[in-house]
Ligand binder design. Structure first.
Ligand code: NVA
Length: 304
């Protein structure tokens, strides 16, 4: 069966652990994987801006002996010049995998329906699964048992928060989202994560109170305004500032490690003191995007 990664619900706990183990193996022993995607061509499509995603897929694929073709869609959403169906059908005749960053999750569903090669979501309005897997790989490098970790996500209940909730639920990691009222995660996605959590015992919660994350292990944040949202940052600063990750928050909660998917807005969702300080795992996390994505592509394309 051809498999895709539109969100992490498509993999079970053992499979996600295997992806993380493979990502860690690729990081530790790159020479063993130099031909892992030899002769394979992968299209990376972008409707939205990117630094980490573009570079980590491009360089990562090259490290496995494959070839990445970058398609710049920043002038318009897919489906405008030609249908998503035709896009998927044409690309499938030439390439071995499609990685897509899109405005609307439905575009990914269309690609999956009409492509005959694996499709990987490299960010959409609802999910950011490659990021969440890089995050859990980074946590796994620092904690032996993901099911004993308590992760607090502070800020906007966005695509990143959704993927952390779902992936945490599958791994059995407790995840609390701390957001101002009205900016929490999508209720349907939270309920989907809560269903998964019932199987693993993960405790999931949404709160607007930073006192609720005392004793947690890891704090995570992301921009308060995601790509595609035209709200000016100035309009949301007062609402989100109480949820900034700063040294006082680390001191009051006892949280030892900090993650951020980046791009970071220093002195807004996170202070430079914390981002550049000893609690920060943020650059490991950025590096791990490449390793986990390589593990994902290697697994999906070689299985296809
Ligand atoms: N929530 C952010 C993540 C960027 C990596 C966005 O969608 O813009």
């Amino acid at each position: 069966m051809r498999r895709h990664l539109l969100d992490t619900t498509e993999f079970n706990k053992d499979e996600l652990h295997a992806l993380i183990a493979l990502g860690r193996e690729m990081k530790a022993n790159p020479a063993a994987f130099r031909t892992g995607l030899a002769g394979k061509n992968i299209v990376t499509l972008f409707e939205k801006q990117s630094l980490r995603t573009r570079v980590t897929f491009d360089i990562g694929i090259n490290r496995l002996g494959g070839h990445a073709v970058y398609l710049d869609q920043q002038n318009g959403a897919m489906g405008q010049r030609e249908s998503v169906k035709d896009f998927a059908a044409n690309l499938s005749r030439w390439c071995d995998g499609i990685v897509a960053r899109v405005f609307d999750h439905k575009t990914l569903q269309g690609l999956r329906e009409h492509a005959t090669v694996p499709v990987v979501n490299s960010l959409c309005n609802l999910y950011h699964p490659c990021q969440a897997l890089a995050d859990f790989m980074t946590i796994a490098e620092n904690y032996d048992d993901l099911s004993k970790v308590k992760l607090a996500y502070l800020g906007d209940g966005n695509n990143v928060a959704h993927s952390l909730l779902i992936t945490g639920a599958i791994f059995g990691t407790d995840v609390t989202v701390v957001s101002p009222k009205g900016s929490g995660p999508d209720a349907q996605i939270f309920n989907l994560a809560a269903d998964l959590a019932r199987k693993t015992g993960a405790k999931l919660a949404v709160t607007d109170n930073c006192d609720d994350i005392r004793g947690f292990d890891v704090a995570y944040t992301d921009t308060w305004v995601s790509i595609g949202d035209n709200t000016p940052m100035e309009a949301v600063i007062d609402k989100f500032m109480p949820y900034q990750i700063n040294q006082a928050l680390l001191d009051s909660t006892g949280i030892r490690h900090v993650l951020h998917c980046q791009p970071a807005h220093r002195e807004l969702e996170i202070t430079s003191e914390v981002m550049d300080g000893p609690a920060s795992l943020i650059m490991d996390e950025a590096e791990n995007r490449m390793h986990i994505q390589n593990a994902i592509l290697y697994t999906l394309i070689n299985q296809a």
